[in-house]
Design a protein around this ligand. Sequence first.
Ligand code: GDP
Length: 619
Amino acid sequence: MTSTQKENMKIVIVGHVDHGKSTLIGRLFHDTGSLPEGKFEKIKNDCQKRGMEFEWSFLTDALQSERNQGVTIDSSQIFFKTAKRNYVIIDAPGHQEFLKNMITGATASEAAILMIDANEGIKENSKKHGYLLSLLGIKQVIVAINKIDLIGFNEAKFNQIKDEYLQYLKNLGIVPQQVIPISARDGDFIATKSTNFSWYQGPTILEALDLFQKQDETEKLPLRFVVQDVYKFDERRIIAGRVETGQIAVGDKIIFSPSNKEAVVKSIEMFGATKIWNKAGAGLSIGITLQDQIFVERGEVVSHLENLPKLGNEFLSKIFWLGEKKLEFSKAYKMKLGTAEYVVHLQEILRVVDTNNLTEQKQNSIQRNQIAEVIFKVRGLAPFDDFTQNPKTGRFVIVDDFEIAGGGIINTSTMRDYRHFHEVKSQNLSSEEQQITYLDRIKINGHKGGILWFTGLSASGKSTLARELQRELFKAGIQSYILDGDNIRKGLNSDLGFSQQDRSENIRRVAEVAKLFADSGQIVITAFISPYQKDRDFARSVAPNFFHNIYIKADVEDCKKRDPKGLYKKAAAGQITNFTGVSDIYEVPFDADCVIDTANCSIEDCVIKLVEYVHRNFK
Ligand code: GDP
């Protein structure tokens, strides 16, 4: 095997600041002969000229900055090689940057070296990093107790740190393969044994690394192909993306999530390929074409029919928070899941873990560098994998103020799966593509299509505002159409009552119809109480790019006073059952795109606000 054919293994080197990570990296490069010609000598000379003592970290920094200048594809990774394989070090220039890389999965490392300064002993970060490794499921671990020279190569002191740290790691379920006394600066037990002490007979760092097993299981996992883009060439649509796990083959029946659309793979396209690809596996960026044309978007996840991600609207997770601002309730955050973006809210903090002593506390928000178990609520439905079943797709990142502020792993064990909402009963359906496209319609109409989903109590003002808004839009030359609870229930939904099940079905049908109207270029105004969040979530998931949740806000007392149809009176007298606000609940939307407070604003002012909203979002 030539060196270019050798396997790569990704490792992380973690530890408290100044415990010797950069020194070890410099050493590993030097001692394996992996440095560019003359590099070591040049840095030594530079130090001499400036009258500075040489530090191995200067070498590491120099390598890092060369990488950062963009010569390689991934600037955060550097390589050294042994006879057995190439090692890719997920480097950690700054502490925060490094934690971010680790938790976001930018650094899906297979193994780790945990470094501890023998003179300083176990620090808070030694524990935090150990905790993160256990969180991320990294089981191949070496503990390197560094600066052994500073404790006079004392075996007893080494054993004391070793025992204490092993106990801590054991509580996390980590059993290191080796605990090695080293001097990174002097090279003891990095590539060669030491002449300074003889009580340690185990492997060097390099020998221990070579004992690790390559764990490339990603192809054996269920298929997850993440859509990055859809390109249209002449009549063909190429869906480009990356096979994160599993394999995809021509002829495979696949399903897109969250849209739940089914298709059959017609071909696999590979940029610059000279042969025909019938199959592609994990790690490859490819394009696929489908036998039938269907409309899919960036962010969708492709899987086979038999091994699907769950479609959920809330999820349990362990999160590591890096944000300068705390993670708090009542704020919308952007979640990145694969290539998709969703809006999420923190719903519940179950516990915050103190990594120092592994105790748990109750808190109302999560501060920087804290690890916590939380539940997030998602706007719409998103496809979720459990991290323990799929480490590639079972993780997410939270963005706050355009910065990555946290990342975590997903636990789907208690997640409700809403996929059945999407089930299509008829077989042999194929989607017909319109000859005139949505984009053509935008051009002609001069505005986008979409859905203004009015939700609110009976008598909150939905129908009145829908009518007034429509009048204003008509005057402004904007195409709109109202779908109203009363008229739909007299026709399309005349078979439905007011049980929870019928209400959900009512909303499902309206959402599907609204989507068709929106696709035809209209602004659809729907005026339905739609009391349950899960139904509104579903409606959003039917047409996520069209959907706008408009909360028409008025509390029950105000609505009872208005009671234009006398329904509240009837409900109070028990003549109507399941009446929202009286004998059935109304779940206030947490994800409203616009709130219209009809209790405190005149109708005119409410309409002005709505017209402005339309101009902002649909022009
Ligand atoms: P990092 O912050 O973990 O990357 O730590 P560095 O690699 O920058 O090392 C911090 C300091 O510890 C530097 O001054 C190193 O020279 C020193 N150092 C690293 N390894 C050893 C060692 O084995 N023995 C001694 N005495 N000093 C070391």
